[in-house]
Write a protein that binds this ligand. Structure first.
Ligand SMILES: N[C@@H](CCOP(=O)(O)O)C(=O)O
Length: 461
């Protein structure tokens, strides 16, 4: 299995190399040269299997010889052992044809744990073999950062730096990043919004002297391994509802486009997915782009679903690569135009995207109303991101079962949930002392050179 860049001008890599590389050296994102297809029988045989076994069978064809089978099974087992639900990703029924996939039973209470716990294991195994030490720099609007801290804290061969937008994540998210005591993890509160944080991370990857000097790696969904690990729960939930004999649709609360792109890969692998519905909050660039063809940034607006406060959705580049017939030069041109504010998607590419994705937007008031209504109707307490998904899913219900991804636990956003339904969701007992733990954070300016100096100093490079 080979991996190529969406901009067509970076070395072709194997899985292990792509995982440790993060962003391609031409600024693009790695994707498989060809997506392996699972036969109908192989999908049917996933029925009744554990989450771990499903992960093994779905991911194995993408790995080449990076890990042996027994080794990979061991990594998967360790990754999911700490989840707080025996099913790992339980399905809850909300309405006759509407299901919620609870992806918040991992250690940091967000869907990011599914991939981050596993790539933590995979990267650690790869580093033990190579004897290397790496520096991971990630950007977060709240959930990726906490999941990465949890997966990499205390590892001897990794220094982890997480950039988050100062004042724009929930208190629980912030404390999850600022309270780990291990010296190898660093929370950096940066001036600006998530797009600024993500842009500085990409700048660091595009500065080869810095990148090679600190041995830079990434754990955002620019890293293909992150996306791949998220493909698994599409299979797991769809099979539980009768795939491959019955098609399903998914609605995905979307910010950086990585989670829904994982659904797109599942569809390419042969999972019968009828519709993939993009659900956005008031930062609705993806919904606008799909409706009008204009992908134009408009400034990030803070919302009660902060993890989705994003305008530049990194993984949309992967979808564009396919929509433009895998023409790397065309994608590179679009990304250059994006730096200047935006671009227009060609008619052919737009038709391809619309054949796969639908979209919808949820305002702040609608998010609050959905939290309230879902609780009254079903007893389910939604986080604001999941509420965005449920509201948009309700507009897209039809004869095909709809699965909405519940991306985070409501207790990560207690103010928003309490504001909506008058009840303050409690953190699980194991996190009960989160509010009393001392915080450790460095305030940083949105300044590439200063950030690089700080990282060099702390890593000794
Ligand atoms: N919503 C994310 C933003 C980063 O996304 P990623 O999937 O590329 O890591 C967050 O919560 O940090």
């Amino acid at each position: 299995m080979k991996y190529i860049s969406t901009r067509g001008a970076a070395p072709v890599l194997n899985f292990g190399e792509a995982m440790m590389t993060g962003l391609a050296r031409d600024g693009g994102l790695y994707v498989p040269e060809a997506v392996p297809v699972m036969s109908k029988d192989a999908i049917a045989a996933l029925a009744g299997q554990s989450y771990e076994e499903t992960a093994f069978r779905v991911m194995r064809p993408f790995l080449g010889d990076t890990f042996g089978d027994d080794e990979f099974r061991g990594l998967i087992a360790r990754a999911y052992a700490g989840f707080g639900h025996a099913a790992r990703a339980p399905l809850v029924q909300l309405a006759p044809n509407h299901f919620l996939l609870e992806l918040f039973h991992g250690p940091t209470l967000a869907f990011k744990d599914f991939a981050m716990q596993l790539i933590g294991q995979m990267m650690q195994a790869a580093l033990e073999k190579s004897g290397q030490r790496i520096t991971i720099v990630g950007a977060t609007s709240g959930d990726t950062g906490s999941a990465a801290m949890e997966a990499f804290r205390g590892l001897g061969n990794v220094d982890l730096f997480i950039l988050y937008p100062h004042g724009r994540v929930s208190e629980v998210q912030r404390r999850q990043m600022t309270t780990p005591v291990e010296a190898n993890v660093h929370a950096l509160a940066m001036d600006g919004d998530f797009d600024d944080c993500q842009a500085r991370v990409k700048d660091m990857f595009n500065d080869f002297a810095f990148r090679d000097g600190v041995r830079l790696a990434g754990v955002n969904s620019i890293n293909w391994a992150r996306v791949l690990a998220q493909v698994v729960y599409y299979f797991f939930s769809a099979v539980a509802l009768g795939a491959p004999h019955r098609a399903v649709s998914f609605t995905v609360p979307t910010g950086n486009f990585g989670d829904i792109f994982a659904g797109y890969i599942a569809r390419q692998m042969g999972l019968p997915i009828e519709k993939l519905v993009i659900a956005t909050n008031q930062n609705d660039i993806l919904d606008r782009a799909l409706r009008s063809g204009a992908y134009v940034t408009d400034g990030v607006k803070p919302s009660i679903s902060p993890s989705m406060d994003i305008q530049v959705s990194s993984n949309f580049e992967r979808a564009l690569f396919d929509a433009y017939g895998r023409d790397g030069a065309a994608v590179a041109q679009l990304m250059a135009e994006l730096k200047a504010g935006g671009f227009h998607i060609s008619q052919g590419a737009l038709e391809m995207l619309r054949a796969t994705f639908a979209s919808g937007r949820c305002s702040e008031e609608e998010t609050t109303a959905t939290i309230r209504a879902a609780h009254a109707a079903t007893g389910e307490v939604l986080c604001p991101h999941s509420a965005v998904g449920v509201k948009v899913a309700e507009e897209n219900l039809g004869p095909t079962p709809m699965i909405t991804l519940a991306t985070a636990h409501p207790a990560k956003f207690p103010d928003a949930v309490e504001g909506a339904m008058g009840l303050r969701p409690a953190l699980p007992p194991r996190m009960g002392d989160l509010y009393s733990r001392p915080e450790r954070v460095t305030r940083v300016a949105n300044d590439l050179a200063a950030l690089q100096a700080l990282i060099r100093e702390r890593t000794g490079h």
